[in-house]
Write a protein that binds this ligand. Structure first.
Ligand code: ADP
Length: 589
């Protein structure tokens, strides 16, 4: 293997060893003839051993390994190896070359901009239109709205538009910062802006260690002001990308005279904010040749003209929807003889949605989803059904699913890999551990399909959590822990488990741990959001305690909450529990 390639493998070795699933990759490498069965037996599915063997091999093995990463949706890892590909095969180049320079890659990865999907086609005319609008922000702040139907490819377009060296250097030298928004309440929005502020402060501190990190803003107004300061003083001429905005009140939080690119289904959102505004409409479907290109990429990189005649009819049936075409493409990758079969499936109209969106054609999506689910092994199908309970726009780490499914982490990885390969799920590779999510429309489909058993599905989440954390809630503060603190009450409400909800939310222990990990804003929000289900009087005790002591609960070191709670009135449930704990402490000496 040539020096550059080997050096690149060595540099990326530990991250590869940590993240790859050797068995999947080896299948591809054996098929390419770069790995023998003997070697496979010796490697015994160990990533470390695979790397060891690979390092002793030739350029061809490096390319095969790279292609295997691409095929198995390890886009981010493939990206690490891409720059040192010895003899870049045209196919690999086409399916996963990031298009940007190393500088662009660094800027985008620092800003959390999603990577290009492994199977990707460029919508050149649309892309140019969007870039032309972004150039208008070169001299002055303003808003560029990308609007279109769900699943039309807005997010992918927005990420692609900024993958351009000249655009970034000329218009946004302050960087590009991505925020996934979706349907948020105020406390979620505050949390997102806090995260953004934290990221921005941390980055500027890395560049200038004399800068000190500030305490996180604790209200939306404060967060807006902090963001204004950061954008104007530390990141002038930067671009904020707000992905999937639903509500103009969210947009107002970013009305700070900065440069914003937003994606939305609602064209009129930007009417509520001030400054220059530009728009780009995204058609709900791809052009025919682009959709054919996607299908072709799934089936061994075949050129559109080499596809069977049914391909065009498939594209027509899906009306070019990129989401649907990707689902069908992933099916055809596994079953390349089924063109007619899937065409027929798409033509069936067996699903009747109650809630039809004005012009979006859900039928094709429903058919494609159902066909993809059908080819899952029986046990995976049940597991996919469990995902119905996820909230839209929420990304979960594999550990949450390991609890829900009661499976070992390796088994969870296998299942998730299967879902990702079938385009039934997406992986956010910016985060470690990886986070997984479904497209909103896929969740809509699941909710419709499983309408009759939603309560049972939520109950399963709660029971699995209780089984796993019978000794008390997690305290690690990692992504899994955050998920439970944020969504456990939600699952309880949806499961109609009122008693469980009472015990949880009227427990001083829960309040203390959640406030420590997430701050008090989320807690207060829970009492408001689930107010209708909770006992009015006790709820008021907790809310009063939180609103009186919110600022204290922001402090670090974290205050003694039992002490704080003892100053509540005697009649308060919060006081009663604190007293009990104080007595217990006293008894223990
Ligand atoms: P939206 O933001 O409009 O809801 P997304 O950008 O999330 O839509 O796209 C939905 C799905 O469609 C993606 O996950 C991907 O599978 C597919 N897709 C969209 N645009 C492209 C593209 N240019 N090339 C390949 N696939 C695409």
């Amino acid at each position: 293997m040539e020096e550059g390639a080997r050096s690149c493998l060595l540099q990326s070795r530990s991250i590869l060893e940590q993240d790859i699933k050797a068995s999947y990759l080896m299948d591809h490498m054996i098929a390419d003839g770069v790995l023998t069965r003997d070697e496979e037996a010796r490697i015994r599915n160990q990533a470390v051993a695979l790397l060891e063997v690979l390092l002793r091999k030739d350029n061809q093995a490096y390319i095969s390994f790279y292609n295997a990463l691409v095929c198995e949706s390890y886009g981010d890892l493939a990206n690490l190896l891409h720059k040192s590909l010895p003899l870049v095969s045209p196919e690999a180049e086409k399916s996963f070359s990031d298009g940007g320079t190393p500088y662009v890659q660094t800027v985008l990865s620092q800003g959390g901009v999603p990577q290009r999907p492994v199977v990707f086609v460029s919508r050149t005319a649309l892309l140019n239109r969007l870039r032309e609008k972004l150039y208008r922000l070169q001299k002055e702040p303003g808003w560029v709205t990308v609007f279109g139907m769900a699943g039309s490819g807005k997010s992918i377009l927005a990420a692609e538009a900024v993958r351009d060296h000249t655009l970034i250097t000329e218009c946004f030298p302050g960087g590009v910062h991505w925020m996934s928004i979706g349907q948020l309440d105020r406390s979620d929005l505050l949390a997102r802006i806090q995260t953004l502020c934290f990221r921005l402060e941390q980055q500027s501190q890395e560049q200038d260690p004399s800068l000190s990190l500030h305490r996180l803003p604790t209200s939306l107004d404060e967060a807006k002001e902090r963001l204004r300061f950061l954008v104007h003083h530390r990141y002038p001429r930067s671009l904020l990308i707000l992905d999937d905005i639903w509500d103009c009140s969210v947009l107002k939080a970013f009305d700070i005279q900065c440069r914003v690119l937003l994606t939305t289904r609602d064209r009129s959102l930007a009417d509520s904010v001030t400054g220059s505004k530009y728009e780009v409409a995204v058609d709900s479907g791809l052009e025919e040749n682009q959709a054919l290109e996607i299908l072709g990429l799934y089936v061994n990189g075949r050129k559109p003209e080499k596809l069977p005649e049914q391909a065009r009819s498939i594209v027509r049936e899906c009306k070019g929807s990129p989401l649907v075409v990707s689902l069908i493409g992933a099916l055809l990758r596994d079953f390349p003889d089924r063109w007619s079969y899937y065409l027929q499936k798409l033509k069936q109209k067996q699903f009747k949605r109650i809630r039809k969106s004005s012009s979006y054609d859900y039928d094709a999506l429903d058919q494609a989803m159902s066909a993809s689910i059908q080819v899952l092994p029986e046990e995976h199908r049940e597991l996919y059904k469990d995902l119905t309970v996820l909230e839209k726009d929420v990304k979960v780490p594999a550990k949450v699913l390991a609890v829900l499914w009661d499976l070992e982490p390796e088994e969870v990885e296998d299942v998730l890999q299967d879902f990702v390969n079938k385009s039934l799920m997406y992986r956010d590779c910016h985060q470690r551990p990886y986070l997984y999510y479904l497209h909103d429309l896929q969740l809509d489909f699941l909710a419709e399909m499983n309408r009759s058993c939603l309560e049972d599905l939520h109950t399963k989440v709660v029971c699995q959590y209780q089984k796993h954390y019978s000794q008390g809630p997690p305290t690690s503060g990692d992504q899994e822990c955050l998920y439970w603190f944020r969504f456990l009450p939600y699952h309880m409400v949806k499961a109609n488990l009122t008693q469980e909800l009472y015990s949880l939310m009227f427990s001083l222990d829960w309040v203390v741990t959640k406030a420590k990990i997430m701050g008090p804003a989320h807690l207060i929000n829970d009492y408001v959001a689930y107010g209708a289900v909770l006992d009015k009087e006790v709820r008021a005790h907790f809310q009063e305690f939180l609103s009186q002591n919110g600022h204290q609960l922001e402090q670090r070191p974290f205050p003694d909450v039992v002490q704080l709670a003892l100053s509540q009135p005697d009649s308060s449930e919060v006081y009663r529990q604190a007293l009990q704990q104080a007595q217990k402490r006293a008894a223990m000496g």
